[in-house]
Design a binder for this molecule. Structure first.
Ligand code: AMP
Ligand code: MG
Length: 330
């Protein structure tokens, strides 16, 4: 073959490649993002002709915004804020009732490691406000007084508090619930391949057009590094980490996942990733396992229809047996 013929052939290939890539772009995945619940939410639809689901994606975002409006502790008119100031039984939406019930169940199953009544404690540390500080011991004792999910009763669409001081916080579960609601909207519209990703916490619908979704898990101490990759189909993957919101004082890291037994940040883990069918369950479990630590956390995961990966405080990694075949190490 002459040099000219070779160059011509190369150019033909190039033109073909550009053509194929352009075609891919018009029929490729639909990806949209929106800022909600203090994080970037990305919805990606990987169905053929994904563009036809644009309206469903808008509806899914609207659903997540509605959940935020009900459950945000920052909005004074949210149901969660109103529960916290209520002095009498308060009627709540079925959505808030459902999440409170799920949170109360997780509190039971985790022996109180997960506790939706930590509201006063969370406010005291100031992580939600973005200006965290180390409280005095007496303040912590005060915020803990009367705390416990046993103080919360959910019945007949009403929430009843054992003490008027009790403040509710659903920060450990509401994001997962919102993801589930978005997934329900997409699935009802006929979407078969999609991911709903809220700052690394996500749920997948189906696979990624024939292959599992590959989910990178961030290294808890090197944000630019991937600790492992998970091959996941049709499930939720949620991570709790001590690197998400924290400050350091006198060489000690203080972060936003609090141990309801001590009132201080839980000390036994750096990160916990949970894989479960529902994102709300994975979210609550990740927080619970983080507080329990590697030993008791592995025991809780073994008792639940869920898998997980735990990075202990010393950096060692534990994986539930059911997850091993889905993991790729770097
Ligand atoms: P996550 O990032 O899902 O682990 O949730 C952490 C958030 O849940 C915190 O920012 C608090 O709002 C709340 N939280 C902190 N400690 C607990 C706990 N022990 N149980 C339930 N929620 C908690
Ligand atoms: Mg959580």
């Amino acid at each position: 073959m002459t040099r000219a013929a070779a160059i011509l052939l190369f150019l033909v290939f190039l033109a073909l490649a550009v053509f194929v890539l352009q075609r891919e772009e018009t029929t490729g995945p639909l990806v949209r993002t929106r800022l909600l619940m203090g994080t970037v939410i990305e919805i990606r639809v990987a169905d053929r002709d994904a563009g036809r689901f644009d309206a469903a994606v808008s509806e899914a975002f609207a659903e997540m915004a509605a959940i935020e409006k009900l459950m945000s502790p920052h909005l004074p008119e949210s149901e969660i804020s109103r529960i916290s100031t209520a002095t009498e039984p308060l009627p709540v939406s079925s959505e808030t009732g459902e999440v409170l019930q799920l949170a109360a169940d997780m509190a039971k199953r985790s022996g109180g490691a997960f506790d939706p009544t930590v509201g006063r404690l969370v406010s005291l540390w100031g992580f939600a406000e973005g200006e965290p500080r180390l409280p005095a011991e007496a303040e912590i004792a005060q915020a803990l007084a009367g705390v416990g999910s046993g103080q919360l009763r959910i019945a007949d669409g009403k929430v009843e508090k054992g003490s008027a001081r009790l403040a509710v916080d659903l920060g450990g579960v509401a994001k997962g619930y919102a993801i589930d609601r978005a997934v329900a909207v997409l699935a009802a519209a006929g979407v078969e391949h999609a991911s709903v990703n809220a700052g690394g916490d996500m749920r997948l619908i189906g696979d990624r057009a024939g292959v599992p979704w590959r989910i990178g898990i961030q290294h808890p101490r090197h944000s630019e590094k991937i600790l492992a990759k998970l091959n996941i189909t049709n499930r939720a993957v949620v991570t709790s980490g001590d690197y998400e919101r924290f400050f350091e004082q006198d060489g000690i890291r203080y972060h936003h996942i609090l141990d309801p037994r001590t009132g201080y940040p839980a000390r036994l883990c750096q990160a916990v990733t949970v894989v479960a069918d529902r994102a709300a369950v994975a979210d609550a479990l990740a927080t619970a396992v983080f507080v329990l630590g590697p030993e008791q956390g592995m025991a809780l995961l073994a008792a639940e229809p869920a898998e997980g990966l735990i990075v202990a405080a010393d950096g060692s990694v534990r994986v539930t047996p059911g997850l091993e075949e889905s993991i790729e190490w770097p």
